[in-house]
Unconditional design. Structure first.
Length: 267
C-alpha cells in the first residue's frame, strides 16, 4: 500500500514538472526582404560606433547601461515612425518605471542620410511632448553610417527596403539587456504599458524587483502570436496541482503517521 502511494505521488510530481518545463519552439523561417525576424537570445554588436545628438562618435556599449527599448525608425518617415515614437512617449509617461534608472529608450535612424542635427531636433520635440520631465540621457536619438546601420539591423532581425526617397519597413520595440542581448520583441505601433514593463523586467535579467512584479512575471508569459503577455495557464495549473499534492501528503500520509506514532499501547 505504501509503495503504491509513493509511486502515485512520484508520477504526479513528474507530470507537474513536465508541465512546468514544457516550452514550444517556434518554426524557423528564411529572412524576409521586409519585416522582422525575431532573434531572441542573440547579442547586438554594441562595440559599433554611432553618432550622438551632438555629432560625437560613441560606441553603443557606452550608451546602453540599462534594460533598453530599442526602436529603428527614420526621422523623415511620412507613415508609421511618428505614431510609433508618439506611442513610446505615451508609454514613458504611463509606466511607473523610471526612465534613465530602471530602463532607457534608444531610437536609431536607419537612414544613413540623416544627421545628428535632425536627431537632436526630434529628441527635443519628443521630450517636450512628455508630461513629466525626464533625464535626457534616458531617451537617446542616434544616427550612424550605412555599414553600421546594416550590421545593427541585421543583428536585430529588422529588415527594410528603400523605396525612392523613403523606406518600406515594419514597426516594433526591440527590448535588450544591458549587455545587448535581445530579450523581447513587441511588434506594431501601439503598446500596452504593462507589456513594456514586463519586457523591461525580463531584460533586467534577474535584477531585484518588488514582490508583486516577481509574481506577475511568473504568472504571465509572452504570447508570440498575440504579441502580448497572457496568463501562463500551464504554470498556474502546475502550481495548483503541486499544492494539491502537498495537501494530500500532509493530510492523508504524514498526519495519520504522527497520530499512529503518538498512540500509547494498552495492556
Amino acid at each position: 500500500m505504501k509503495r503504491t502511494t509513493r509511486q502515485t505521488l512520484f508520477m504526479l510530481v513528474c507530470m507537474c514538472t513536465a508541465a512546468l518545463t514544457a516550452v514550444a519552439q517556434p518554426p524557423s523561417q528564411p529572412p524576409p526582404e521586409i519585416g522582422i525576424v525575431e532573434k531572441l537570445g542573440d547579442t547586438l554588436p554594441l562595440q559599433l560606433e554611432v553618432y550622438d545628438e551632438k555629432g560625437y562618435p560613441v560606441p553603443l556599449k557606452d550608451i546602453v547601461k540599462h534594460p533598453t527599448v530599442l526602436t529603428f525608425v527614420y526621422f523623415r518617415c511620412p507613415s508609421i515612425c511618428s505614431p510609433l515614437l508618439t506611442e513610446v512617449a505615451r508609454i514613458v509617461d504611463k509606466t511607473d518605471l523610471e526612465i534613465g534608472k530602471d530602463y532607457q529608450v534608444v531610437t536609431l535612424s536607419f537612414d544613413h542620410r540623416e544627421k545628428p542635427e535632425l536627431a537632436a531636433q526630434k529628441k527635443e520635440s519628443y521630450l517636450n511632448s512628455l508630461k513629466n520631465r525626464i533625464d535626457p540621457d534616458g531617451w537617446r536619438f542616434l544616427t550612424a553610417d550605412s555599414a553600421t546601420i546594416r550590421q545593427l539591423t541585421d543583428a536585430a532581425g529588422f529588415y527594410f527596403k528603400r523605396d525612392g526617397n523613403d523606406y518600406i519597413h515594419a514597426g516594433a520595440l526591440i527590448v535588450i539587456s544591458p549587455e545587448g542581448k535581445i530579450t523581447r520583441y513587441i511588434n506594431g505601433i501601439q503598446y500596452l504599458p504593462f507589456d513594456v514593463k514586463m519586457a523591461v523586467m525580463e531584460a533586467a535579467e534577474g535584477r531585484t524587483g518588488p514582490t508583486i512584479a516577481k509574481l506577475l512575471k511568473f504568472c504571465y508569459r509572452y504570447d508570440p502570436e498575440a504579441r502580448t503577455y497572457t496568463m501562463n495557464a500551464t504554470r498556474v495549473s502546475g502550481i495548483v496541482v503541486l499544492l494539491f499534492v502537498a495537501v494530500f501528503v500532509a493530510v492523508f500520509i504524514i498526519r495519520p503517521r504522527k497520530k499512529a506514532s503518538g498512540k500509547v499501547p494498552t495492556t
